[in-house]
Structures are given as C-alpha cells and as structure tokens.
Design a protein around this ligand. Structure first.
Ligand SMILES: [Zn+2]
Length: 326
C-alpha cells in the first residue's frame, strides 16, 4: 500500500514475510531532482518486488535515487545493496557505527562476536548454533559491502522543499539516526518510536548502557516540536509525547517485574527472560521460536544491565555467565 503522508512524502508498505512486524514502512521523498528512500526492507524477493512496484507506481527512476538507512537491522537495510547495483551515483546515508556493523554483518566473525556477548547472558549454545543458521538478520542482510556516506548528528540532507536534519537517537541500535524537518515539523523515526509495539532494546558491545541511552534519546525527541511522526513499522503517530510517556512507562513496568523475578535468587538474563511477561501468542517459554528467545534474552539483558548501573543489582560470574543479584 502506498499513501502520501505529506506533500511528496510517500509511505510504502514493504511486506516482511514470516515476521511478527508484518511490514516495514519505507518512505519515498520525491524532490525535483532526486528521490530519497528511507529504509528498504529485507533482502528477500517479496521485499524487492514491493519496492519495484512502488518505484513504478510513483514513476521514480532508481538512477536518480539516494537512500537513508536509519539503523543496522536487516528489515531496514537488507535490500539497499541490491537497489544500488548499477547506480554508482546513488548515495547511501547512514550513521557510521551502524554502517560499519551492517558491512561486518556479512561476515561469520561478526556473528561469533554477537554470540560471545549473548553467551555471557546465559543464551544456550544450541540456540546460538541455531541462530547462526536461521537468524533473519543474517539471512536477509545486504549481499555485498555498501559504500556508505556517513552522517553525524546535525548533518543536513536537502530534498526540496524539505531540509532534513539528522538526529542521533542511540538505543534501539548503537547509532540509530532519525530525520527531522524543523519547519514542517515532520520526524522520520525509524524504530526509535513505534505505535502499538515497543522497540526492542537489547545489549550491544558498542554501547554498554543501551537502555540509559535509549531513555536519553526519548527525552531528546520529547522536547522537539513534531506534528507528524513517521515510524518504521505500524501506524503514523500524531502525539509523540503521549507515545513516549507510554514507552517510558512500559520500561518502568519491565524494570520492576525483573526486580520481582530476582527475589527468587541470582539468575542469568536468559533465566530472567523465561519468566518475564511477553505479548506473544505462545503459551510457554519453551514454545518460543529461536528469534523470539533471542530478542527476549537481549531485552532482559539491557534491563538487567541498567538496573546494575543504577546500583540496584550486582553481578557475579559463574562458568562465564553473568548472574544478576539483588
Ligand atoms: Zn530495528
């Protein structure tokens, strides 16, 4: 589905097959000379087809198109290599931290590094082995290294009549970057702020205090003047402050739940994740598919690390695994 959400800004739904997110919202911003496409979908035939159909329908030439990738995740970055094949003039803007990780993600070494991090949080070896084969981020990522144009906080990208400013919003990913149009008060949010679903906040080696960074990034956007917030998934948001309040509340509930779980004694992030409340249709933790256990483990780890950093927990290491203690 294609919808013009502001003059010459089109929201294009890119299907994400077999994924609970269902669709990626890609945004096509048509200028008088070039088009900017914000986020692309997985490197999958279904995403490619939807992308090409939309380009045809909106009469956009790929040779006159640049790209902005909000963050590392393959549902946002996966198709960009394919789309820029044969278009050497195309710029692919991305923050440097995530851009480097996107290119490293092609390599098995990258996945071993991520695996090491997850092992510390108690993620079982057999699931790690499974992830190396099946993880969607690994299977649907870019097919070759991309020559990114790095953008920092405050960089400007003009597509007349719009003049966007890059806004660094680390948290959901280490270098997550949004686009803001101060005059028109339009904010392209990537996965920093979503309606209905809460962005996954996991642990990264690049930013050890992920959840604290995420809260800071939410506070920053809270203070901004926004009429139209365009997220990477689900519905458009009109009242960003209300949604940010809801997201903060969600994490406060999570943090309290984790403290309650730790009343039962020292536990790894994986053990805590198995006891947390998840809004998924599976009845038991054992029924969760590997990717859902992966995201849950990361989410538990980021909250446990936050509680440790603010002095509510401490860590002891047993057999190479962190045990969190109240
Ligand atoms: Zn994401």
């Amino acid at each position: 589905m294609i919808e013009e959400v502001a003059p010459n800004i089109f929201k294009v739904e890119i299907p994400l097959p077999h994924n609970p997110l269902r669709f990626l919202n890609s945004y096509f911003i048509k200028g008088s000379k070039r088009t900017l496409i914000v986020d692309t979908g997985f490197n999958m035939p279904e995403c490619k087809e939807a992308m090409h159909n939309a380009l045809d329908e909106l009469d956009i030439d790929l040779h006159e198109t640049d790209f902005f990738i909000t963050h590392i995740h393959a549902d946002h970055s996966g198709l960009v290599a394919e789309l820029t094949n044969g278009a050497p003039s195309a710029k692919v803007y991305c923050n440097k931290i995530d851009a480097v990780l996107i290119n490293e993600g092609i390599l098995l070494e990258y996945w071993h590094k991520v695996g090491e991090l997850f092992r510390v949080y108690g993620f079982p070896q057999e699931l790690l082995d499974d992830a190396l084969i099946k993880h969607p981020a690994k299977n649907y990522c870019i097919e070759r290294v991309v020559d990114f144009t790095f953008v920092d906080d405050g960089c400007r990208i003009g597509i007349d009549p719009y003049n966007f400013v890059c806004i660094a919003t680390p948290g959901h990913s280490p270098g997550h970057m949004c686009l803001y149009e101060p005059e028109k008060k339009i904010f392209l949010a990537g996965d920093h702020i979503l309606a209905k679903i809460t962005p996954n906040i996991t642990q990264w080696t690049e930013i050890p205090d992920t959840l604290a960074q995420y809260f800071k990034s939410l506070d920053r956007v809270y203070d901004m003047d926004i009429n139209l917030l365009l997220p990477g998934h689900r519905q458009i948001i009109r009242d960003h402050r209300q949604r940010i309040n809801e997201l903060r509340q969600h994490h406060d509930v999570r943090l309290q739940e984790i403290l309650n779980i730790l009343d039962d004694g020292p536990q790894s992030a994986y053990q805590v994740a198995a006891k947390m409340t998840w809004s998924l249709s599976y009845k038991r933790w054992d029924d969760f598919p590997m990717p859902q256990k992966w995201f849950a483990n990361g989410e538990a780890a980021s909250h446990l690390e936050y509680l440790t950093q603010i002095g509510k927990l401490h860590i002891e290491t047993k057999d190479g695994v962190y045990l969190f203690i109240k």
